[in-house]
Each structure stands twice: as C-alpha cells, then as structure tokens.
Ligand binder design. Structure first.
Ligand code: DGJ
Length: 667
C-alpha cells in the first residue's frame, strides 16, 4: 500500500464520528472519488484514491481529516461558488438576472445509472436556496480503464439572463501533504516539454489565451503525483486533461491546510457568458485516471480508454504515407506530384499526402502570404484538378490525401475581399497577423457552412479522397466578431462560440463522412485534445522531426495519447542514419516526408523493407500496451516496448542518444 492510500485507510474503520448525510462513491475497478453532503447540505469531495472493499467505509472518511476549523468545508467543496461564504478560488461565479453577484449551492439529489457494462454515470444536483440557479455535476466512469470524465451543467431558471463569470468543469480536492505537478509547456518546434515542480501554498495556473492552437505554449494535460515526484512504476499519480480545444485554465491551489484543490475549465479570461432564462450551459469535460503504480499504468489506462472509447476509429487501421511538405514546400506542379505518387508506390507507403500550396488563383498560394481561403485548385499547378491526382494515385495503386486549413484566411485572398465580416479582427484597429493570416469567425453560422463546404466539397467532387490533414496555423489576435455584435450578443462569447462552432462543423462532417481518416495539425502540435480526437483519427505532434528530439517529445505525448494517434514522419532532419529515423517514427503512425529520389539505393531498399516490417508489427504498436522502460531524461538511452493485448507479441525500441541540455527536466 503506498503512502497516499495509507494516509486515509487505517482511520476509516476506527472512526465513530458521523455527521454526514449522503455519501456518493464514484468508483471504477480500482479507484474512487467520493462526495458527501454535510449537515448543512453542502457537498464535499472527501476522498480520491484506492477503492475501498466496502463502500460503506467511505462515509466516515471526512472525520479522519486533520482540519481544526470550519474553513476545511470551503476547501473541500465539490463545486465552490463565489460571492457568499467562500473566499478561496471559486469553481463558479455568476451575476444573477437582478445584478446580484452571490451564489450558494446546496446538495439536492443524485442518481447513478449504468449506461453499459463498463460504465456508470452519476449525476448530482445542486441548487441555490435563494436564486433559481441549478448546477448538475456529472461523473462518468469507465470501470476497466479506471477513467473518470467529469463535467458540469449550469441551468438558469430565473426570469432573466444570468451572466456566468466563471464556469469550471471540475473542482477536485485531495487531502494529502505533498503534491508534485508535471505540466507541459513549449512553443513551435518545442511542444510538450515537461516541468515537474513541488506545489507550494498558493495557486499554480496553467492556461491558454491563444483562442486557437491552444496547446502551442502549454497544454491542458497534467500529472499530479502524491507524496513524491512522479515515478513510472510506483506511487500514486493522477493523469488528466481538460478536453477543450480553446482557452483553458487549470488552477492547482495548495490551501492553508496544504491540501490540493484543482479547478479546471474554460478560461474565464474575456469570456463572461450570458445564459438566457431557461437555458443550460454544459462545460467541457475533465478526463482523468488514477494509478497506484505510477505513470506507466496510468498512461496505459488512458491510452486504452482513448483507443476504445474516444478517438475516431481508435480500434481501426491507419494509412502509412508519403507527404510532400518538406520535399517541395509550395513549389510543385502536376508533373512533379505525379512523380511523387509514383515514389509513394516505390517506397511501399499506402498513400500520397498533398500538402499546402495547391489552391488559389487570383492570389496563388505560392507562399504562406496569399491564397488561404480560396479553395479552388490553382490552374497553373494543377490544370486537371485534384480529381486527376486522385485518379493517378488509384492507377498507381496508392491512395490520395490532401491538406486544408479551412478556419483561416490570408488578407491577400478573394475570400477576405468578399467576406471581410467573416474575419476575426478589431474593426477600428490595424490587423495583426500570425503567419500572415487571420482566423475566420466560427461563431458565425455562415462561416460554419463555409468550412463545412470546403471539406464536403472535396469529398463530393472526389469520393475516393482517402485522407485530410486539417491544419490551423494562427492564434486569435484582436478578438472581435462582427456576427456577435450584429446579433446583439456579447463579444465575451467569442472564444467559447468559436470552439463550439468548430465542433458543430466537425459533427456535420462526421455525420456525412463518418469514416475518412483525418489528421489534426496545428502549425506543429498546437492541437490534439480528447475532444477533437472524437472527430480525428490522429494528430501531428510537432514540425520538429529531429529524431533525438522526437524521442523525448513522443515520450511526453505518450503519457496521454496512444501511439495510433501520433503521426511520426521520417524526414531529413537530424544526422542520424535512416534506420534510426525510421525506428523513431515507427513508434507512432509511420509516414515519410522526404525526397525519395535523394535516397541512396541502400537507403531506399531499407525503407521499403522497413515499411514491410512495420506492417508486420504495427498492430502491436497501435493497439498494444505501451511500457516506457528507460527514460531518456534519466539515461543516455531510451527504451520503450509495445505488447499485444494477448501478450503474444511485443516490439521493443531502444535508442542511444547523446545528452543535451535542452531536455533537462526541471525539478
Ligand atoms: C504547418 C504544418 O505543421 C506543416 O506540417 C505543414 O503542413 C505546413 N503547416 C503547411 O503550411
């Protein structure tokens, strides 16, 4: 029994105090989150840890806490309101229809249902005793994977609109002594860099205000380790992610009793949301797992859950590919592409993926400063259109996929000229660009139709199109929506409605084209959350494909994502021999972005054989259990193994890497 469990369990049976009224255990196969109402009907989170043998034992846990005063009830609240008795960081803050800023929430009722053999759904109703505002807390469990998905729904039953100033998804409470947080920061080419720190009294915030590309500088993924720094094979750890593709905020607060409160949700920054009377607001989900055996087991639980229940076609197949981005950049035409299609076949990959640069006529996309938004084939480069290439690929015996970036626009484009109102920008201020482009206003249903039309049009015209790479290269500057203002809606809805608009488009795409694999890309690894992975089969972790750096990056992504979702391409980055580069990329979904003609005959032969070998073991990598055996952060080498579910097959990858100061884990 590790220290986290030890802290609670021995007291349980001895306790005789009983002030609790209702105890609500939310249990998976191995762990439990327990809620309990007190004598005043406030709801608390009283336990998070190993599942106890008898659920009746949970009811006395709170009496084992060492809190000497009533303040503890503030810290352990299961969804802490603002404006009344609470002076700690709130989970929810509202302004009522009469302008009053106070909120109190008391337990009303709860129920647990069993949607299927492997899951439960517990709903707890809370209500303000004075104002007609209700909150439902939802806890969905996946028993075998030990995963909980938690979200909230706020319902306004007042006579007028209520302004939601803050509306967290989850408010968790952990009564331990010492906590270590691993968070993941970075920037372009340096995504997903871990930092582990011991949490001190006060709040450590991890957030994004970028609007889009939310994972670029930091990610909504985190590891909390109890009592000691996170270990791969021992100790209690909680791994989680806020499944939201826009601005997020995770507050890790060590309170005055040194207990930990975690409040996670949409970032309230510039996002006060006016909820009309009679309407509900559903927050995104916080998804987490707990393991008593370190991060290795926790990752395997999350990876299994993601494959089985979350990622589009998570249990399915994937296509190996040859991409032309680094081979040609914008410089190609039909003849060159026909050659690359032939090269795809020669290499032995399943598909040729045409990247950026195929569109725009008045403003041809020959560089990244023009054409974005004009999704018609460039007649000079592709006089016979995409259809010609799809057909050429078919005749060659490979599939054809294509790159798009449908949420964005270059000011040098016909789309911008025709629909300036569709662009997010401050009408009275100079425009500010990120990669020479601006973001379209997905809060606007017309823009949603346009984005849907880009994808639907491609599939309708080219039914055999096999794959889409969906890029997103800009952040939102000068956040302002003409559509919101025309519809007399607050500008503070923009960040939320943008993301909802994106999900609405993806719902429509998947309703009509349920199966076609799509890669999520965001100028490297700016996107890749569990919510978007409902619609995408895979994501692009980084434009950094230097193999040594990739070992570290893929290692870090693997805490949260199964390898089948992680696109890894062999490129010309790095000085390592081709075998090294192919091996690193083979730990995910393998692809190539090289000039096949530049390979030496022996290298080409090696790649051809490597693709054949990959098809022999890819099922084990994609669908097996991953074991991170030796950390590159702790050794001059890294070693990882994938084991098939029936344990009949295993693939092990080991790499020697020279130490590099960039990757020193900050402790
Ligand atoms: C950024 C992506 O990360 C690259 O792979 C490539 O698709 C470029 N965009 C194209 O502009």
């Amino acid at each position: 029994m590790n220290t986290f469990y030890r802290a609670v369990a021995p007291f349980v049976l001895l306790s005789i105090r009983c002030v609790a009224q209702i105890t609500i255990p939310v249990e998976t196969t191995d762990f439990a989150v327990v809620l309990q109402s007190d004598k005043d009907n406030y709801l608390h989170m009283v336990y998070c840890g190993k599942k106890l043998n008898q659920s009746v034992d949970y009811k006395d846990i709170i009496s084992t806490y060492r809190f000497p005063s009533g303040n503890s009830g503030v810290y352990s609240n299961a969804y802490t309101p603002a404006g009344t008795w609470n002076l700690a960081e709130p989970a929810i803050q509202v302004t009522h229809s009469d302008g009053n800023p106070s909120l109190d929430l008391k337990y009303v009722s709860h129920q647990t249902v069993k949607p299927d053999a492997n899951s439960t759904l517990t709903t707890v109703q809370l209500a303000d005793p004075v104002y007609k505002l209700n909150v439902s807390l939802f806890y969905k469990t996946w028993q075998l994977e030990n995963v909980i998905e938690q979200w909230s729904e706020i319902t306004n039953q007042e006579k007028g609109p209520v302004v939601l100033q803050k509306y967290a998804s989850a408010n968790l409470f952990f009564p331990n002594n010492t906590f270590y947080l691993t968070s993941f920061q970075g920037q372009y080419l340096k995504e997903m860099q871990p930092t582990e720190e011991k949490l001190q009294q006060g709040i450590r915030t991890i957030d994004s205000k970028l609007g889009t590309r939310a994972m670029l500088l930091g990610t909504p993924n985190f590891i909390v380790s109890f009592d000691q720094p996170a270990q791969e094979n021992s100790g209690t750890v909680l791994l989680g992610q806020l499944a939201w593709s826009g601005n997020y905020k995770l507050d890790f607060e060590i309170d005055s009793y040194k207990t930990l409160r975690l409040i996670a949700g949409i970032n309230p920054y510039a996002s006060a949301y006016t909820l009309p009377a009679g309407k509900s607001f559903r927050t995104p989900s916080l998804i987490y797992t707990i393991s008593g055996n370190g991060t290795g087991q926790a990752s395997r639980q999350l990876q299994r859950w993601a494959r089985n229940y979350r990622v589009l076609d998570g249990k399915g197949d994937r296509l190996t590919l040859l991409n032309n981005w680094e081979a040609t950049y914008f410089d190609f035409d039909e003849t060159k592409l026909s050659g690359l299609i032939t090269d795809t076949k020669k290499l032995g990959a399943d598909m040729f993926l045409l990247d950026d640069g195929w569109f725009g006529n008045k403003y041809p996309r020959n560089n990244d400063d023009a054409g974005l938004g004009d999704w018609q084939e460039n007649v000079k480069k592709l006089p016979h259109g995409i259809g010609y290439l799809v057909k050429a690929a078919k005749e060659t015996g490979v599939k054809f996929g294509i790159w798009i970036e449908p949420e964005m626009v270059n000011p040098k484009s016909e789309l911008y000229e025709k629909h300036p109102d569709w662009v997010i920008r401050q009408p009275e201020r100079p425009e500010k660009y990120y990669r020479n482009q601006l973001v379209l206003d997905l809060a606007n249903p017309q823009v949603q139709d346009f984005v849907f039309g880009v994808v639907d049009g491609l599939f309708t015209k080219n039914p055999e199109l096999a794959f889409i790479k969906w890029d997103c290269n800009a952040v939102i500057y000068n956040a302002y929506s003409v559509w919101l203002s025309k519809n007399k809606l607050p500008q503070t809805h923009l960040y939320v409605e943008y993301v909802r608009g994106l999900y609405a488009v993806l719902e429509r795409i998947r309703a009509k084209h349920p199966k076609v694999p799509m890669m999520l890309c965001s100028g490297g690894g700016g996107r890749g959350d569990y919510e978007l992975l409902k619609y995408f089969t895979e994501f692009w972790p980084s434009d950094d494909t230097e193999p040594i750096e990739r070992i570290f990056q893929q290692w870090n992504y693997s805490y949260f994502f199964p390898s089948i979702t992680t696109d890894c391409h062999v490129t010309d980055w790095g000085k390592q021999p081709i075998k090294f580069r192919v091996d690193v990329a083979s730990m995910g979904k393998l692809g190539f972005d090289i000039v096949v003609n530049h390979l030496k005959p022996t290298e080409l032969e090696f790649c051809q054989q490597a693709l054949k070998n990959y098809s022999e073991f890819k099922t084990t990598v994609w669908h097996g259990e991953q074991y991170r055996l030796a950390s590159p952060y702790e050794n001059p080498f890294a070693s990882l193994m994938y084991v098939s579910a029936n344990k009949a097959n295993a693939v092990m990858f080991s790499y020697f890497h020279s130490s590099s100061p960039i990757f020193t884990l900050i402790k």
